[in-house]
Design a protein around this ligand. Structure first.
Ligand SMILES: [Zn+2]
Length: 63
């Protein structure tokens, strides 16, 4: 089952090695892909002194 998310919802941005290494950052959903498995999350924290950085996140199915 896919995690349900709507535009404007907040979710924790998954940490990874390259794109978004910081844990415990929360982003607001600003875009959802057509298949519903890819979303764009706008991070609430600043990155390299830039605010409102958007990260694409592939949603994992929850089992
Ligand atoms: Zn962040």
């Amino acid at each position: 089952m896919i995690v349900e998310i709507k535009i404007g919802d907040k979710m924790k941005i998954p940490a990874d090695e390259k794109i978004h290494p910081e844990r415990e950052h929360v982003g607001i959903c600003v875009w959802i892909g057509e298949d519903g498995t890819t979303v764009a999350l706008q991070c609430e924290r600043s990155h390299n002194s830039k605010n409102n950085t958007v990260f694409l996140v592939k949603l994992e199915s929850e089992k």
